[in-house]
Design a protein. Structure first.
Lengths: 714, 380
């Protein structure tokens, strides 16, 4: 809302400069975004809060200034210079639908001379950004900007039967509005009609047929109170937004209808000649009662923490237009009738008052609303810094330590943390194997995705079921910008639709990793080698180790998005929680990746919730161990894990561990075989083992492996 | 005296032989001196003879010296031969001869040792020189990654609030109408509910448009008194540009107890900002309007860059706008099952992305979700 500084000063005697006013208003909740000079005037751009319809007018802002400066408000003159005859002699008003139009007032000015507005009026309108049209239209605009009451002028002669009917439109009824657009109406829209047809869209825009023209002689000035919800609905439905609808939607001053009209009529008589009727036809079948709001004086201090005296409260609220209508003190004692509210509050600081909210304030409904008004005008700048008494100890989210440990570990492994948008392209739907937790919860297969009804772009309508599409897009982005060695991780929620008997869609914390390119050392341009599967697996293991969940188990698997033979299913304590492997060629091709990309996705929620594997002390061995290495030539499909398990399952008490030393495959070996060298460690807790004993145990193990895997000793 | 005795015995055969014997050490000495001559210049590591010599030269010379020692002091050397003759020498001459041989042996050993020491010292010095490191080269370690700046700040904020006695809470990112709007006292007609502003799923859920939703979950989960913060992702239908993203991060604070006032709100926000930016931070509350608080206020804090005197960051105002706040609306308390007659509370919220922009001087927040490694690497 643009406020003219000169105009404002006509309504309230303000000694402050425009810049000073800016500061003061901003601290009272009327944020002045800019002050610009316009000739000998200044324009203050006020960002009006959405609950303050009354501030969409100079009078409303002037009222705030009057309270903050402690000076009276000057209501503008509203007495027409010439008045004769009663309005009912010239027109009639009927409200058919009072639910949508609780009040409608019509007043006539006869024998006006339509022409350009005087210069002062033109300047003022232009200063606040309005385009001048003709004196009649300009005056209705002017009074709206002054009082907040939208007004409309009809050419009386163009109204059939010279009368007004306020009714709902008929379905399919048409109206050419002032902007020369023909509108098709429906039965929920309120129109102003004459004896025959709709002539205006109530509260939104007038009709072209009854518009003021150069030949107009008699005008009917409409001032009304329309239901905010009705105007909002009509404006939305027709995609219209006007100065009038803006104000009616938020709620106008139902008691100010006639006064604003009088102001308008007075200005017309003054600037366009003519004679007004002495009164208006004011149809107001049921008077709107302002809400009565109870205020317990001590609550003002209690809620704001400001040192506000009861007198301050009464003074501020009265100045804002809140009428104290009743007062009571503890015990229900009624107040003597001849004491003022101010006196009462001084004597009884614990009293409870009832206030009638001003008719222009639609936002005052409850005690807290009154307290805000008092606090705001007392000034938040007087607020002290206080801390609430301690009543609790701080607490992180469950498993926060694990979240951070995983993050630290991955960062140490060279992975940077990514955050991607939660909505992705539906084209990724079938690309990735989903986490077991989501797969299990997906309802019978038809549509287990969460979809946005109103995405910003069509290619971002799916709530991601996997973090991988985002990470791969990030890899692509980095490739495009010349970075080819990329290691990223992300934690965040993935989504699945709710089942038929479930209340909400599923959300689950996931952890995903991606790596591609070369292994890079810090601050060195050179890279040691290309990353491979084991780098990614190692990073994952480092994160899991830092989370102290106990070790993961890996088993060869097939997964939709992973290349066959380089894919592992990952389990924790026997429960599948994700996959790791090399990105399948088809997906890599879709992203135009020409170098291997490795990805992993884990059920982070399951990792976070896993039973902790705390460190435990084992006494240090007192006797030395004996190690024996064995190199086995086995089929390529025999995994290290199988060999190791076979050794450990022999339950040879003195055999403590079997670890891999080396894996060799190449031309020197028969096709489809490889050589795995294991190191076996033997130890007895109570004595040093003799070589002959170890030889026997070693022999048992080698024989068992040979039998089970047709392994040859090399 | 000795010569005289020798002269005395000159006519004797054996004596003649013995005179030759006595001359032998001298001959051996001369033979040694002759061969040793070329090494003699290396006596003393400071000798000019070492100038410009390379390590390989020194090592060769050391080897040659070693050969020389073998030749002149080894088992087959002339010196060894002399030593064998000591036993055979005439009794009366033996002592004298032995002494001469010993003196010779000591002298040869000393000469060689002296040069050898000088050569070894030089070799060691040259070797050290050759193995001198460029200590300015980078250390050897894997190139580490970086935590996302949003999470860096989020962790810092959580640490501060936990230390102030707050519990960190979270709620769903896909919300139903009750939590996202109704319980927050947002009326049916409010524009925030429109599909222009809020994302909806096809089955009628909303992507939460503010972390205030967690207020309701938190109050339902735990009865007051309570103090919680809720950092998290929120969504609004803004087209991405330098200052907007359709997804961003907020943090919400909520305190509900008996006798909570706006002064507690101000004190809490001030205390938190001081812990983040330093003890000289001041805060300013301006009246505002939010459906879920009454009274409502926006809060600013004194610019951490200029201290409030005015600079580019605070657009010369001395103040930085941060977030919204207020006293929890009684309807919100009621919606969460808390009696507003007994309890009051304050709530505040601000953007973590906004904090990111302020702390790191970002000029385009789209960078936050592009995950360009060159961007991520800049934060710690």
């Amino acid at each position: 809302m643009n406020i003219s500084y000169n105009w404002l000063r006509e309504l309230v005697a303000v000694e402050l400069s425009a810049e000073e006013l800016r500061e003061r208003l901003t601290m009272r909740g009327l944020e002045v975004e800019a002050v610009t000079q316009a000739g000998d005037d200044y324009v203050l751009e006020v960002a009006v809060l959405s609950n303050r319809a009354d501030l969409l007018s100079h009078l409303g802002v002037a009222r705030e200034v009057s309270v903050l400066m402690g000076v009276p408000l000057r209501q503008p003159d509203a007495t027409p210079v010439q008045a004769e005859g009663r309005a009912e002699n010239f027109t009639a008003v009927e409200i058919v639908d009072p639910d949508l139009c609780p009040r409608y007032a019509a007043r006539i000015v006869r024998s006006v001379k339509v022409g350009p507005s005087p210069e002062w009026l033109v300047k003022r309108l232009q200063a606040v950004g309005q385009r001048p049209i003709n004196n009649i239209a300009d005056i209705t605009n002017y009074v709206m900007l002054e009082t907040g009451q939208p007004l409309h002028a009809f050419d009386l002669e163009k109204l059939y039967e010279r009368r007004i009917v306020v009714r709902r439109a008929q379905t399919g009824e048409k109206l050419m509005t002032l902007d020369d657009v023909e509108r098709e109406l429906d039965a929920e829209m309120l129109v102003i009609a004459d004896g025959a047809r709709a002539v205006a869209l109530a509260g939104v825009m007038g009709g072209a047929d009854s518009e003021i023209s150069a030949t107009t002689r008699d005008v009917l000035i409409e001032s009304a109170y329309f239901s905010p919800a009705s105007v909002r609905r009509t404006a939305r439905k027709l995609g219209m937004q006007t100065d009038a609808s803006d104000r009616f939607e938020r709620g106008t001053d139902y008691e100010g209808v006639v006064r604003a009209q009088a102001r308008c009529v007075a200005l017309i008589c003054e600037l366009a000649g003519g004679a007004a009727t002495v009164d208006a036809i004011d149809v107001y079948p049921q008077k709107i009662e302002p809400p009565t709001v109870t205020l317990r004086l001590p609550r003002v201090r209690a809620l704001t923490g400001l040192p506000i005296e009861p007198q301050d409260t009464i003074r501020i609220l009265t100045a804002l237009g809140c009428e104290p209508v009743q007062a009571a003190v503890l015990g229900g004692e009624q107040m003597p009738a001849d004491t003022t509210a101010l006196e009462l509050a001084t004597v009884y600081p614990g009293a409870t008052f009832s206030f009638a909210g001003p008719s222009w304030r639609t936002d005052i409904r409850i005690e807290e609303d009154l307290i805000e008004e008092v606090g705001r005008h007392f000034g938040y700048e007087h607020m002290q810094d206080e801390l609430p008494a301690a009543n609790a100890v701080g607490e992180y989210r469950a498993h926060e330590e694990r979240r951070r440990a995983a993050r630290r570990a991955l960062v140490a492994q060279g992975y940077s943390e990514a955050i991607n948008f939660s909505f992705i392209d539906a084209a990724h739907d079938e690309q990735f194997e989903l986490l077991p937790a989501l797969k299990a919860r997906a309802n019978d297969g038809t549509d287990h995705f969460v979809t946005l009804a109103n995405p910003i772009i069509e290619t971002a309508a799916r709530m991601r079921p996997s973090l991988l599409s985002g990470l791969l897009a990030a890899v692509r982005h980095n490739f495009n910008h010349g970075t080819r060695d990329v290691s990223l991780f992300e934690t965040g929620r993935v989504f699945a639709a709710r089942g038929a008997d479930e209340e909400r869609p599923h959300e689950r914390d996931a952890l995903a990793l991606v790596t591609t390119g070369r292994v890079r050392e810090a601050e060195r341009a050179t890279a040691s080698r290309e990353v491979d599967f084991y780098d990614l697996k190692g990073a994952l293991e480092a994160a899991i180790e830092a989370m102290k969940t106990g070790a993961l188990e890996f088993a060869a698997t097939d997964a939709r998005h992973l290349r066959a033979g380089q894919a592992a299913r990952v389990s924790l304590a026997g429960q599948a929680i994700g996959t790791v492997g090399r990105l399948a060629d088809e997906i890599a091709a879709a992203y135009k990746f020409r170098q291997p990309v490795y990805v992993a996705e884990m059920d982070f929620a399951a990792l976070l919730a896993a039973r902790p594997a705390p460190a435990r002390y084992t006494p240090l061995p007192r006797f030395p161990s004996v190690v024996r290495d064995v190199t086995l030539l086995v089929d390529r499909h025999v995994s290290f894990a199988e060999l190791r398990r076979a050794v450990l399952e022999l339950h040879i008490a003195y055999c403590q561990s079997a670890e891999v030393i080396d894996v060799y495959e190449g031309e020197k070996l028969p096709e489809d075989t490889r050589a795995i060298t294991l190191r076996l460690e033997f130890r007895a807790p109570e004595r040093t083992l003799r070589d002959e004993e170890v030889d026997v145990l070693y022999g048992q193990i080698v024989a068992a492996l040979g039998q089970k895997f047709a392994a040859h000793l090399r | 005296m000795r010569r005289w005795i020798l002269a005395l015995d000159i006519s004797h055969w054996t004596l003649t032989l013995d005179v030759r014997l006595m001359e032998q050490p001298e001959a051996v000495r001369e033979a040694f001196e002759q061969e040793f001559g070329r090494f003699a210049r290396f006596r003393g590591a400071e000798s000019a003879a070492f100038d410009g010599l390379r390590l390989a030269d020194v090592e060769t010379t050391l080897r040659e010296l070693s050969d020389l020692r073998t030749r002149h002091t080894g088992k087959k050397s002339a010196l060894a031969n002399l030593k064998k003759q000591i036993g055979r020498a005439a009794a009366e001459e033996r002592a004298q001869f032995a002494q001469a041989v010993q003196q010779l042996e000591a002298r040869i050993a000393e000469e060689i040792a002296k040069v050898e020491r000088a050569l070894q010292d030089t070799a060691a010095r040259l070797r050290t020189e050759r193995e001198r490191l460029d200590v300015t080269l980078p250390g050897r370690r894997i190139r580490r990654g970086h935590v996302h700046p949003i999470n860096l700040i989020r962790q810092r904020l959580e640490d501060i609030f936990v230390a102030m006695g707050y519990t960190v809470e979270d709620g769903p990112e896909i919300e139903n109408d009750f939590y996202n709007f109704t319980a927050l006292n947002i009326p049916e007609s409010h524009p925030a509910r429109s599909p222009q502003d809020t994302f909806y799923t096809t089955d009628g859920f909303a992507l939460r448009s503010q972390t205030s939703t967690v207020q309701i979950h938190a109050m339902q989960r735990r009865q007051p008194p309570l103090r919680v913060i809720a950092p998290g992702k929120v969504f609004r239908r803004d087209t991405p540009d330098a200052t907007h993203n359709p997804m961003f991060f907020q943090i919400e604070g909520l305190v509900v107890d008996r006798g909570i006032s706006m002064a507690h709100l101000k004190g809490t926000v001030t205390e938190f900002l001081r812990r983040l930016f330093g003890t000289d931070v001041r805060t300013r509350f301006r009246p505002s309007y939010f459906p879920f608080t009454e009274p409502s206020a926006e809060f600013d804090f004194s610019c951490f860059k200029c201290g409030g005197t005015g600079c580019a960051l605070c657009k010369q105002s001395g103040w930085i706008e941060l977030g919204g706040s207020g006293m929890v609306h009684p309807n919100v308390l009621r919606a969460a099952g808390v009696d507003p007659a007994e309890f009051s509370g304050f709530a505040f919220g601000f953007g973590i992305d906004r904090m990111c922009i302020l702390l790191y001087d970002l000029d385009d927040i789209r960078l936050l979700f592009e995950n360009d490694v060159r961007f991520l690497e800049q934060f710690d």
